[in-house]
Ligand binder design. Structure first.
Ligand code: FAD
Length: 400
């Protein structure tokens, strides 16, 4: 740990750090690393550090955009991912619920080697955690649970349940959708609950997936089958709560048959390899992402519907912008002052609004039972498929 940036209280109180990051999920780990690489002293507080990955496939998987992969690479973790656990996505196919309503993207057309990389949550977080543990500017305090937050003109103080308080110029909430930092600081949020639950599970596919991510917009929800290494696929089926309950009640072999049928045989027969789990879905954005000496990143600031697979990528983009604002702060040593934090907020507001609006709009269109909605969504897919500029625009947003 470098001591040059840390001021020690002359009365023997705790040292003042530049930044305290609360939450050691993917976004918190990346934020701690990016801030430390920007020359700041960081303390990372979390429930636990991610354990090393096992041979078993994780149920939670992410489609990591090229922009996010570049960030993770700059942080020294991308090269640490076992190549056998990373699946490049060479193409994407989106199907409507009428014949011929199909939208396809491929990496070649978008001028990139891969549209995204599919990585298991545990594998990615273990690689980031190893870099965090080795970084001389990061102190990791796990397990720790903050119980009170006090903000003064000069600093923020986090009182912990069973440890010394932490004093920092800036507290960054990376503590997920139910963020304690967001709630205790009084950030207002706008929330929209979808009448949908996501069911996730992994399968072995009979036919090769060819590195194609497939998505079906169906009457009863959105089914995605993402390619995984070793001929496996990962399912995210965002369905009405009744259908989701039905799916969760099925024995694994019947679930596999039901999913293979919903995928209209595109991947042949499926064999279940992990038990299904489910999550309720919602869209949420905090009205502000910053307050004096406080900021939110990742799911603590915003949640989007998983149909665009962009949740964690939005969080990584928060980290990228935040770190570059902090790097460019010039003579401003104090990283917790509001004008500086507002630069981060301004840089992120539009991207988050757009992503929520796009996923929300798609979700409404594809779950609408109104007359004409079915025609509109299928015509929309056909129209978009015929307009290379729009198609490419959509792809570019997903690549960021
Ligand atoms: C079904 C489903 C599928 C998804 N698929 C995708 C996908 O394909 N691609 C994608 O990009 N995104 C996807 N997402 C979204 C993605 O999971 C989230 O955007 C991502 O996990 C957010 O990361 P995070 O680090 O901000 O929050 P989290 O992963 O929630 O991490 C928060 C961390 O903070 C810790 N914490 C919480 N409270 C405290 C506290 N008080 N003190 C200390 N620590 C605390 C938690 O233990 C946790 O470690 C999906 C989401 C769902 C529900």
């Amino acid at each position: 740990m470098s001591t040059t940036e840390i001021s020690t209280d002359p009365n023997g109180g705790p040292a003042t750090r530049d930044i305290a990051v609360v939450g050691a999920g993917l976004v918190g780990l990346a934020a701690a690393l990016a801030f430390a690489e920007a020359g700041l002293d960081v303390v990372l507080l979390g429930a636990a550090m991610p354990p090393p990955p096992t041979d078993r496939l994780d149920n939670r998987i992410y489609a990591i955009s090229p922009g996010s992969a570049a960030l993770i690479d700059r942080l020294g973790a991308w090269g640490q991912l076992p190549p056998a656990r990373v699946q490049p996505v060479h193409g994407m196919a989106v199907f409507g619920d009428r014949p011929g309503a199909t939208l396809q993207f491929d990496a070649l057309e978008s001028g990139v080697p891969a549209l995204a990389h599919i990585v298991e949550s545990g594998v990615l977080s273990a690689a980031l955690a190893a870099r965090v543990a080795a970084h001389e500017r990061i102190e990791v305090r796990v397990p720790s649970r903050p119980v009170a937050l006090q903000v003064t003109d000069r600093e923020a103080v986090l009182r912990l349940e069973a440890d010394e308080p932490v004093v920092a110029r800036l507290v960054v909430g990376a503590d997920g959708a139910q963020s304690w930092v967001r709630q205790v600081a009084g950030f207002d949020v706008r929330t929209r609950s979808y009448p949908q639950t996501a069911v996730v599970a992994n399968f072995l596919a009979e036919l090769p997936h060819g590195g194609i991510a497939r998505q079906w917009f169906r009457d009863d929800g959105v089914l995605a089958l993402l390619p995984l290494p070793g001929g496996h696929v990962s399912m995210v089926w965002s369905a009405t709560p009744a259908v989701a309950e039905d799916l969760m009640d099925l024995p694994p072999e019947e679930l596999a048959i039901r999913v293979a049928a919903a995928a209209v045989g595109a991947l042949g027969a499926l064999t279940s390899v992990t038990p299904a789990s489910s999550f309720p879905l919602r869209a949420m954005a905090a009205d502000r992402f910053v307050m004096p000496r406080l900021a939110l990143v990742g799911d603590a600031a915003h949640n989007v519907h998983p149909l665009a697979g962009q949740g964690v990528n939005l969080g990584f983009r928060d980290v990228r912008e935040f770190a570059s604002v902090l790097e460019a702060r010039g003579g401003q040593r104090d990283c917790g002052v509001l004008p500086l934090l507002r630069r981060y907020e301004r840089a992120r507001r539009e991207d988050v609004r757009t992503m929520i609006a796009v996923t929300d709009g798609l979700q409404r269109l594809f779950s609408s039972r109104l007359p004409g909605a079915g025609w509109l969504r299928n015509a929309g897919l056909r129209l978009t498929a015929g307009l290379p500029m729009i198609r490419q625009g959509l792809a570019q947003h997903a690549l960021a």
